[in-house]
Ligand binder design. Structure first.
Ligand code: 2P0
Length: 320
């Protein structure tokens, strides 16, 4: 009745932004991501008939913030008539700050809950369940490069390229560790309802996915860099034009972009991407990771820098 799983967050290079079915949490667009190796969330789920309510601790302290969504995730995976659960979470990076903590948290919870309940589910079924809890979580069930396809009534993810087949590095520049001002679920809905650019964003996503998929299969860094930066800036433009606007960036975010532009000008293979938060992720060829780390560390307003390679799929670490 107890299982523990670890999942790594993933960073989208072609972004998921917007839902076509809010109730089933189906995305309006497909997305392509890379899973990160050195950031992790571990989730231990223990189903206990003796408990009268679900309980959650995060890094050793009681924390109810994520509990309603985690309880809903357990209902989906185990069933509504399940016993209550003791959930113990450990995470080695800031939560709710645009570093895809919900992706790793819900991927690990889905996997741990299924095994705690004695259910043997395929990775496709697990991804479908994780994606209903948090769209990006479906991608963290996979390692390396993964594509979430926007088709049919279910969430479908496929592996595009293993982490060792194209071992890129990612330098994460932390510009703020506090929680973001508005959650991405709510911000996506504001974009869908009010942004004049939203329909164009949805229509053109297929082209961006095709270009990125081709770049990954060819291992063409320049092509991937160009389309990933374009797709990221388009997603933020959709948000900026919403009413009220959603602006996740701070001044250090923009300074990091300037630093990346300078590195590119000096001939380094690196590109940026930014998610629902002010952090900048610089994806680079491994031989440039030290230079990229040094440049972003020296950028005004950057609090911390993490360097990581690409990670594995979510995995079970203990069942009892
Ligand atoms: C992504 N983001 O593709 C995009 C880019 C943020 C910006 O997926 O509402 O937490 O739980 O399905 O997965 C963040 O959204 O949203 C996200 P829900 P989720 O990584």
């Amino acid at each position: 009745m107890r299982a523990t799983a670890i999942a790594q967050p993933n960073i989208a290079l072609i972004k998921y932004w917007g839902k076509r079915d809010l109730e089933r949490n189906l995305p309006a667009v497909g997305s392509i991501s890379i899973t990160l190796r050195d950031l992790y969330t571990e989730m231990c789920v223990e189903l206990d008939e003796g408990l009268s309510a679900d309980r959650l601790t995060v890094n050793g302290a009681v924390d109810d913030a994520l509990l309603p969504r985690l309880s809903a995730c357990l209902d989906l995976v185990v069933g509504r008539s399940r016993p209550c659960a003791r959930i113990v979470s450990r995470c080695n990076f800031p939560i709710g700050a645009g570093l895809a903590s919900s992706a790793s948290a819900f991927a690990a919870t889905t996997l741990a809950a299924a095994h705690a309940a004695g259910k043997s589910l395929s990775i496709e079924a697990l991804a479908g369940l994780a994606g209903q809890s948090s769209g990006s979580a479906a991608r963290s069930l996979y390692g390396g490069f993964a594509e979430l396809e926007n088709r049919g009534d279910a969430i479908a993810v496929r592996a595009l390229c293993g982490r060792d087949e194209w071992p890129l590095s990612v330098v994460v520049a932390i510009t703020e560790t506090g929680p973001k001002a508005i959650g991405s679920t709510e911000a996506m809905e504001i974009s869908r309802k009010t942004s004049p650019f939203y329909s164009n964003w949805v229509e053109r996503q297929k082209d961006d996915l095709g270009t990125a998929r081709e770049a990954i299969l060819k291992r063409d860094f320049e092509q991937l860099a160009t389309i990933a930066e374009h797709n990221c800036l388009k997603m933020h433009s959709v948000m900026w034009a919403s009413r009220p606007p959603t602006v996740y960036w701070n001044s250090a975010t923009l300074r990091c972009l300037e630093s990346v532009r300078e590195l590119q000008g000096a001939g380094l293979g690196v590109f940026f991407t930014i998610d629902a938060g002010p952090q900048v992720k610089a994806v680079c060829l491994p031989e440039y990771a030290d230079d990229v780390r040094a440049a972003l560390s020296a950028t005004e307003g950057v609090d911390d820098v993490m360097v990581t390679g690409l990670g594995d799929a979510a995995r079970l670490t203990d069942v009892a």
